[in-house]
Every structure is written in C-alpha cells, then in structure tokens.
Design a protein. Structure first.
Length: 333
C-alpha cells in the first residue's frame, strides 16, 4: 500500500500531537515538520526521525508531500491554507479558520476554483462516545431531538499571553460547542448569549468573559443549551445530553479508570476527571487524523469541511453580537 507524504506546520502542543500520530500511521510518510521557532521544529524532527524544513516554501516545493496539517497560530491559518491549496496540497487546519468571518469567507473565495480538499479540526466529532450518541440519535432511538445540553468547562484559565490573542471565549473555546450543536441538531436558526466574569478579573480587563450560557434554536425546532467556564476544580468537564419524546442519551466525562469505591466516608468515589483536552480527547485526535488520511487516500470529501469551519465561526460572531446587544440574533440560512 502506497503511503502519503505529509508535513506538519507548527510544532507546539497540538502540532506535536498530530506529528506523532502521523509518524506512526501505516498509510502516511511524515516527511517534514516546520515551525518559525526553529528549535521547536528541530526537536520534533529529531524525536520522530523526520526532516525539519528551513522555510515553508520547502514544503510547498516538495512534490511528494500530498497534504499539510496546519497547527500554527490562528492569524496564519488563512495565508497558509491559500498557499497550500495553490501548491496542490490537501489541508487539515486546526480551528478556527480565522478570527474574522469576513477573512474566512474571502479565503474560500480565493481557493474555491482550485477544488480544494480542506478539513477543519473539530476533533470532538470523532470522540467515540459523542459519535455513538449522534448515531443513535440519527437512528431515532429517542425520537426527534427536542433538547440538547452541551457542557464544556476548562480546569483553569489559560495564560494572559494566550488570552490576548485567542479571539475571546466564543471563538477560542465555545466554537467547539457551536460545531457540536450543528453536528447534533443541524443548522442553527438563532442565538442568545449571556456572559460574565466570574472566574478571573484579569480576563475581564482583557475585554473577554470567562463564563457563558448560550441558548440556540435549530432550524428543526430543537433547543440547545451550551454552558462554558474557564475554571473547573474537578478537571476537564465535557458532557452532552440529548432529550426527545423517547427518552434521553448522555455522553459523560472520562476517568482514568472505571473503578468506583464505596466506604464509610464516600459513596461511589471515582478517579478524577481527566485533566485537559490532550488526555480527554486522545482517541478523538487519533480518529480525526485517521479520517483525514482516509479521505485523502480514497478521494472522499473531507468532513468536517471548510463550510463547517465557517458556520461555527458565524455562530461565534453571532454570540458576540448577542452578548453586546442583549438580543436574540437570527442566523438562519
């Protein structure tokens, strides 16, 4: 079986994760890694036994490289997507496509004529429990979806330096939940967002919020509630509940083991919730990259695709408008 030459752009935490996954993938030959911080690229290259490119142009010029994984800062995503597509490469790009909805749309206008293959990194679609919940929902196990609750709470706020360039809670964190709302309920018709600073006053001084509750109405009529917090003392809280006339489906948190202990002091005590996204979504990240490789190798459409990335960003922008105005924002297509 022929292997696919691939490159990873960006050797930070998520870029290294993807590079390690691709380096051991049976259908991939990880040829190159690149980072503007040369030392990070050299360390990743040495660990995986691949080449560290001296410039991104080396990647574009390598005819054996069929695809690139973009795991660089968000403000570089659009120019890298455009350059990769123009160089004839398939693209996997971490979310969000851009901070600006207008720039994301302009990016598509620039590359659409090239018939691009672009997948956007909404890894939660590939979590085994979330996928099983969605499949059982699709098969009608609980009837038509009426209500969904999506909970996503980080263990602690990120550093101030990260927050300053993150694009805010809705674009940085909630965007995963907006995509999950579409994954479960289809297109969204309206958004009503509430936000507050209940965790860290510094986040407020940076002009952002750290806590939100968002109500969505899907075009199908289903109602979705999203709740986020930048602080969760018991770990990385990630849960979904779907409710319909026939009952309820739930996908809960992950623990290190499934052992529960009963004693005079505690009832059904369990291991702590897994700490953060790398641990919690380890299987999802691997399945996500495998889906990208399979789609490329077999000539199938990418999913989630560029449009999914734009639509999740559109919901993030609408939530920001709702928070500023206090009004429900109509986002129906």
């Amino acid at each position: 079986m022929a292997t696919l030459g691939m490159a990873v752009l960006g050797c930070g935490r998520i870029g290294r994760l993807h590079a390690r996954t691709l380096a051991r993938h049976a259908r991939v030959r990880l040829a190159t890694v690149f980072d503007v911080a040369g030392e990070a690229a050299q360390q990743t290259a040495a660990e995986l036994g691949v080449r560290a490119a001296r410039s991104v142009e080396e990647v574009w010029d390598d005819r054996d490289t069929r695809a690139v994984v973009i795991a660089t800062p968000t403000d570089t995503h659009v120019p890298l997507i455009v350059a990769a597509v123009k160089a004839g490469k398939a693209v996997f790009c971490e979310k969000p496509i851009d901070m600006s909805l207008e720039r994301a749309r302009a990016c598509w206008s620039e590359i659409a004529a090239d018939n691009p293959s672009v997948m956007v990194g909404f890894n939660r679609r590939f979590d085994p429990s979330y996928r099983a919940l969605r499949e059982r929902l699709r098969l009608g196990e609980i009837g038509r979806l009426e209500l969904a609750v999506i909970t996503s709470r980080d263990p602690s706020p990120p550093p101030a330096g990260y927050l300053q360039s993150s694009g805010g809670l809705f674009r940085d964190m909630t965007i995963h939940d907006f995509d999950m709302a579409r994954y479960l309920a289809g297109e969204i018709a309206s958004v009503h967002a509430f936000g507050a600073n209940l965790v860290d006053a510094q986040i407020g001084r940076l002009g952002d919020i750290d806590t939100c509750a968002i109500s969505l109405r899907a075009s199908s009529g289903a109602l979705i509630q999203i709740n986020n917090s930048r602080r969760c003392v018991y770990g990385y809280d990630q849960r979904i509940e779907a409710f319909g006339a026939g009952g309820m489906l739930q996908a809960g948190n992950r623990h290190a083991t499934s052992v529960a202990a009963w004693s005079a002091e505690r009832t059904a005590a369990r291991d702590a919730v897994l700490h953060f996204f790398i641990e919690r979504y380890a299987q999802a990240y691997e399945a996500e990259m495998d889906a990208f490789v399979a789609a490329l190798a077999e000539g199938r459409p990418m999913s989630p695709d560029f449009t999914d990335g734009v639509e999740a960003l559109r919901l993030a922008v609408a939530a920001g408008e709702s928070l500023r105005t206090g009004r429900v924002v109509d986002v129906g297509l």
